[in-house]
Design a binder for this molecule. Structure first.
Ligand SMILES: C[S@@+](CC[C@H](N)C(=O)[O-])C[C@H]1O[C@@H](n2cnc3c(N)ncnc32)[C@H](O)[C@@H]1O
Length: 301
């Protein structure tokens, strides 16, 4: 399967690591950057159907999805709802691309969140376009966490309304799914919500709304983006993560281009590393040998 899009690493001009082992803050750590990025991607999608950036490339997402399929569904167990119905969450889902691959792979209980309303809307539109039943969940106005995000909201950031796949205005899928994958997509369900992962009250309120923590939590590039905000933001993400991962055997699978495998293991030491997923290296921004690291963790018994 493939998608007509460009592959990009985390940053057009990657910041050098700071002396203390932290990342130097950059624009990619700000909400404004992502709001602008996804507003542009929404426009591009409307004008010529571009699905937007696939961060670290199609291959990185495929490796994560393939590992999840092999580990959680397995050969011949595709129709076992106890496996395919495991609750999946993609943190900072962007355009929703990895969730669509998870749907095509046979996972049926999908969730995605992002703090950028335009990202949530782009995911919703693309889901509807490929025939994946989708809803956007939002908290009642006065609920804790519904309006307490640290950043002020502009008019253009109002919650998108809930829609179903039936409102798809374009019939053609931009993905090259085969028949079985298309069938899987139609039999899956995606819930999206806008959530700032650094706001503990909002995380808890959205967990209550979504029915509790998740069996499989995915992160491709979101921890990287948050690490480019500040060391304290990065540490808040680590602190909030256990709220999101099911205490009964939940997994967290992360892909990063700013942190090595060893650093990821150290940062997420509250979890037990169970696999290092092979990822390619590439060159960009004048720096060579930048690795993409991918590690799967499980909650400690
Ligand atoms: C590098 S992009 C990766 C997007 C997507 N995971 C992918 O692989 O294409 C980082 C994503 O993290 C989101 N993000 C950054 N900080 C966040 C936060 N505090 N809460 C929720 N999402 C955040 C951004 O809006 C953006 O969609």
């Amino acid at each position: 399967m493939s998608a007509p899009t460009s592959d990009r690493p985390i940053s057009p001009a990657p910041p050098a690591p700071a002396d203390d082992g932290e990342q130097n803050p950059s624009a990619l750590g700000t909400k404004k950057y992502w709001d602008d990025q996804y507003k542009l991607e929404l426009k591009n999608h409307a004008s010529h159907g571009d699905i937007g950036e696939v961060w670290f490339g199609e291959q990185s997402a495929t490796k994560m999805v393939t590992w999840c399929k092999k580990t959680f569904i397995g050969e011949g167990d595709e129709d076992d709802p106890a496996r395919s119905g495991l609750r999946v969450m993609d943190l900072g889902c962007g355009n929703g691309h990895m969730l669509f691959l998870m749907a095509a792979a046979g996972f049926t209980a999908l969730h995605g969140c992002d703090y950028s309303p335009a990202a949530v809307e782009l995911s919703r539109r693309l889901a509807a376009q490929i025939g994946l039943p989708v809803e956007v969940l939002s908290l009642p106005e006065a609920a804790p966490g519904s309006g307490s995000e640290s950043e002020s909201e502009s008019e253009s950031e109002s919650e998108p309304e809930s829609h179903d796949a039936s409102d798809a205005d374009e019939a053609d899928s931009p993905f090259d799914f085969d028949e079985e994958e298309e069938d899987n997509v139609r039999h899956s369900r995606l819930s999206l919500f806008r959530l700032d992962l650094l706001d503990a009250a909002s995380v808890q309120a959205h967990l209550d709304l979504a029915g509790g923590p998740f069996d499989i939590v995915l992160d491709k590039g979101t921890y990287d983006a948050i690490s480019l905000n500040s060391p304290s933001a990065r540490k808040l993400f680590i602190k909030h993560l256990p709220m999101l991962v099911s205490p009964s055997g939940g997994h967290f699978v992360i892909t990063s281009c700013n942190w090595t495998t060893e650093e990821l293991k150290e940062h997420f030491a509250a979890f037990e590393p169970v696999a290092v997923l092979p990822q390619r290296s590439f060159m960009f921004g004048g720096r060579s040998g930048q690795n993409v690291s991918s590690v799967a963790f499980r909650v400690r018994a």
